[in-house]
Design a protein around this ligand. Sequence first.
Ligand code: NAG
Length: 371
Amino acid sequence: MNTGLAAGAALLALLAITFSLLSPQTLFSPPEIPGSKDHLHAARLLHVTGAVGPESLVFDADGGGPYTGVADGRILKWEGEERGWTEFAVTSSNRSDCVRPFAPELEHICGRPLGLRFDKKSGDLYIADAYLGLKVVGSTGGLATEVVTEVEGQPLQFTNDMDISEDADVIYFTDSTTIFQRRQFMLVLLGGDKTGRLMKYHKSTKEVTILLRDLAFPNGVALSKDGSFVLVAETATCRILQLWLGGPKAGQVDTFAVLPGFPDNIRRNSEGHFWVALHAKRSPFAKWVSSNPWVGKALLKIGFNFKQLHTSFAGWKPHAAAVKLSDKGEILEVLEDCDGKTLKFISEVEEKDGKLWIASVLMPFIGIYGL
Ligand SMILES: *[C@@H]1O[C@H](CO)[C@@H](O)[C@H](O)[C@H]1NC(C)=O
């Protein structure tokens, strides 16, 4: 208790000194991004009836869907205006208490599907469930079965996203931390956690290999069009890392891009460019916290609640920002809803037929934006 209070007092004093020249509004405001277009407020909303937090979305090989995983653990399929959303799959068999739209305390029982990807060859849907590991369900849906639940004898802690190489028969996936659960993601961000991993699952041998360790909140995963590299979003450092898979640089890790905010999922478009959804832009305060892990630890000790911590980190003004990167990592375009008029806290951007389908881990809807 004393340590907490002392840390709190020290932190407040430091805050006062460090930021005496900045108004609180500037301190917690999302920064402006040069050249970005404040256009995303024009998105149309597709409400996910009776559910919240469509974190990832995916279309099947016939263009059906999208399918999306929501906070109560279900994977829903959009069947058009007439039929609306239907229940496609679940990751947990014990769902008697799982009807509340948002109940983080039940996530480990109900499941919390995050990244979704179809295996184009088999038509199976692979699911990164934050609590239940990597799962798979056939093209007719139902109860998903286990693919990977542990590595090196330890259960996966926070499975987050994946991409599938059909040619190599391999799935690349992230476990964001070995310590915290998904509902504690602010602890991962603030506590300076660096236990996240990028792994590879070989479908025929069922072998799991750890490719990268000591990552700071690894999140979205996307393969390049030619399969020569895989990208992983390192949320806590606002970077996209590039792991070379073949050629002379095989095994090498480069910083592919440094982003103006915290990246969530990455999805490649048909041209081989990458859309990255930012959960939030990095405010001066969040920048300061993320480069000084002791500050985050002190904030946690003071005992702020989740909402207060999230607001201090994600900024006082909810907003949406999506970044398009070339296959060399250059920023090609930034689209925003700066005032959060329509979209906020977006988690994935999927480009299909001239439209962006935009998911959100917190909101009860998907945005559809015409390019
Ligand atoms: C099912 O979930 C309930 C909580 O909702 C829990 O008490 C129970 O132990 C679970 N049963 C199994 C078989 O996991």
